[in-house]
Write a protein that binds this ligand. Structure first.
Ligand code: M6R
Length: 609
């Protein structure tokens, strides 16, 4: 979603803020702006479009000053234009605010402020905050922000500067991530660690209801009653190279090619080959507690929801425990059957997805124990879950999730091994066989990647298609969903994933010679079944692209294109089969001239409901 970065220290702020914004651009990117405190007051420069446009504007009209805040926007209220871009200024021009989140009572507050003579110039809810802070201001910025926030309903991560109470940044959080970066006689505020990683690795995560006041000399964190809070400083060990493209044309391509390593990292030190199980240090659950659960609910959004479907299949097969998979966005608006006997697994790459976080909190309220499968270390879901399994996939910058997905599947399997063995549903021998399969995965992914050119050729053939169908069965039905999601989000081609056998209940009506149908058809326990579905498509002149794993006479003459992946056990097929589908989406999108890392309307981390 939107990104925030702020700097207070001895250096000229603009280049630092621009660098931070560029690193945040993947979060949201319809407009951007900076507010810098210089001798003459607070000066803002904003522009619609990409950060590069703001950079050009700042090159023409440089702003000096050593305290500043900046923002990259993903529109919620009002179109993405220059006026609606952040920062927003108070009416008297002394206070600048950047904001992530949604002020739910903005209309009421706006009416109240208009009644007191404030004139609004933008369509945003954030402008309400700027005027409200001015209304509360009596010489001390943190007091004014505190007083204003008491009147606000909704979610926010904000950073505020004032030319009257100058050389400080006041920041506050409720529902939108924010962290402090601690430097040597300089300090930072950011919504995401990548914005400040080139300057410091020492960070403090703000929790909901906390406010920070930063200046050159240090920082203070207080609660909403102005009571000081002692915070722990965390050390970030991500490497800077991990958040750079490193010679690849796009982050997405880099991340696809990182998968041999990231899958290895997810497994590292966690497999007990001889015992056929796994060792997971962060669960915070004793074996007795793990055995006490009667059911599991997995909740997530988007790609993470697809991995949850694979997890459901694994857990029910190998641990023999009932599992429900829930869209996080729907979960708390029903009356789900969740109680203290329920284990709620929450899957999120970012650990900040608003719907997923809310679902986790709802599950907790109902008494469930929560386990976070999260990639971003220190993220809100990781901190608030009772226990967890980090993916260790490294920063994922491409908006289309790739390496996080394969690591999620592997992490779910690690947990399944543990629970299956504990519950006596999984034999040591079968567990060890699965682990042998897992150990082979990185090398097998490498083999798939070595043949990326074959996928590029298929992409060339189908790049002008208007629709795609993706069909799979069993463990590969979620792979079909994921393949379709990848294609639509970055190439803007309409694509649908379906369980292959469901096709004849409706989507078959769409099939003609113009319809490419991607079958995920490796040699597994449902191979024969899916063969019939391939024949059904071919009989209607559909164009068949199949991901297979061996030479199959049953498919002779049926396939327009075939991509062979290495053989593995059924439950590991999703990891191998998803890689060519990621590549297919990538190459089709590139050939259509789409901006793969910044697809239109999307944001990497969806921190509003
Ligand atoms: O960070 P999360 O895993 O919670 O994100 C969930 C979805 O927003 C995310 O997977 C989204 O669907 C991606 N754009 C998919 O590529």
């Amino acid at each position: 979603m939107c990104g925030i970065v702020g700097y207070v220290g001895p250096k000229v702020a603009t280049p630092l803020l621009l660098d931070g914004l560029k690193r945040l651009e993947y979060r949201g990117y319809d407009s951007a702006g900076v507010a810098i405190m210089n001798g003459a007051g607070v000066k803002t420069v904003k522009e619609a479009g990409k950060i590069a446009k703001l950079e050009s504007l700042l090159a023409l009209t440089p702003v000096e000053g050593t305290t500043g805040i900046a923002h990259t926007r993903w529109a919620t209220h009002g179109p993405p234009n220059q006026v609606n871009a952040h920062p927003h200024m108070s009416q008297d021009g002394t206070i600048a605010v950047v904001h992530n989140g949604i002020i739910e009572n903005a209309t009421v507050l706006k009416q109240m402020l208009e009644g007191r003579g404030y004139v609004f110039t933008s369509d945003t809810d954030t402008e309400v905050l700027a005027h409200l802070i001015e209304e509360c201001f009596d010489g001390n910025l943190e007091d004014a922000v505190l007083e204003a926030l008491w009147q606000v309903e909704g979610t926010y991560g904000i950073a505020v500067i004032s030319s009257v109470d100058s050389h400080k940044i006041v920041a506050a959080r409720k529902g939108s991530p924010l962290l402090l970066g601690l430097g040597d006689k300089e300090n930072f505020i950011a919504s995401d660690v990548s914005a400040i990683l080139s300057h410091t690795r020492q960070v403090i995560y703000l929790e909901d209801g906390e406010m920070a006041v930063l200046d050159e000399a240090g920082y203070r964190v207080i609660d909403m009653n102005a009571v000081e809070i002692q915070k722990k400083v965390a050390h970030i060990d991500w490497d800077l190279a991990q958040i750079e493209r490193g010679g690849y044309a796009h982050f997405m391509l880099k991340e696809i090619f990182e998968q041999p390593q990231t899958v290895e990292n997810t497994m590292r030190g966690r497999l007990l080959d001889d015992e056929g199980t796994s060792k997971l240090g962060g669960l915070n659950l004793s074996d007795e507690e793990l055995l006490s659960f009667t059911n599991i609910v997995i909740t997530a959004c988007g790609t993470s929801w697809h991995s949850a479907l694979i997890g459901e299949h694994m857990l029910e097969e190998l641990a023999r425990i009932p599992v429900e998979v829930e869209y996080a966005s729907e979960f708390r608006y029903r009356n789900p059957v969740v109680d203290s006997k329920t284990l709620c697994i929450v899957i999120s790459q970012s650990g900040e997805t608003a719907d997923t976080l809310a679902a986790m909190r709802e599950a907790k309220r109902r008494g469930a124990r929560t386990l976070g499968l999260v990639n971003v270390v220190g993220s809100t879901i990781a901190r608030e879950a009772d226990g967890g399994i980090y993916l260790h996939a490294g920063p994922e910058i491409g908006v289309a999730s790739t390496k996080a997905f394969t690591s999620q599947v592997v992490a779910l399997l690690l947990f399944t091994l543990k629970l299956g063995r504990l519950r006596g549903a999984l034999s040591q021998q079968r567990g060890s066989e699965i682990i042998a399969g897992m150990r082979a995965l990185p090398g097998q992914i490498r083999q798939v990647l070595e043949r990326a050119q074959e996928i590029e050729d298929i992409a060339e053939e189908y790049k002008r298609a208007s629709n795609f169908l993706y069909l799979g069965r069993g463990y590969n039905f979620p792979v079909a969903l994921e393949g379709a999601l990848k294609l639509k989000e970055i190439s803007y081609i309409h694509a649908e994933g379906y369980p292959a056998a469901e096709m004849k209940h409706g989507p078959i009506a769409l099939i003609d010679e113009m319809m490419p149908v991607v079958f995920i058809a490796p040699h597994d326990s449902v191979f024969e079944k899916i063969t019939s579905n391939v024949h059904e498509v071919k009989a209607r002149k559909g164009r068949v692209i199949a991901v297979t794993s061996r030479d199959e006479s049953a498919l002779d003459g049926m396939l327009d294109y075939e991509f062979r992946i290495p053989e593995t056990i059924d439950l590991l097929m999703p990891v191998l089969a998803s890689v060519p589908l990621q590549l297919l989406a990538y190459y089709v999108a590139v050939k259509r001239g789409a901006n793969v890392d910044q697809p239109r309307n999307l944001a990497k981390s969806v921190t509003v409901e």
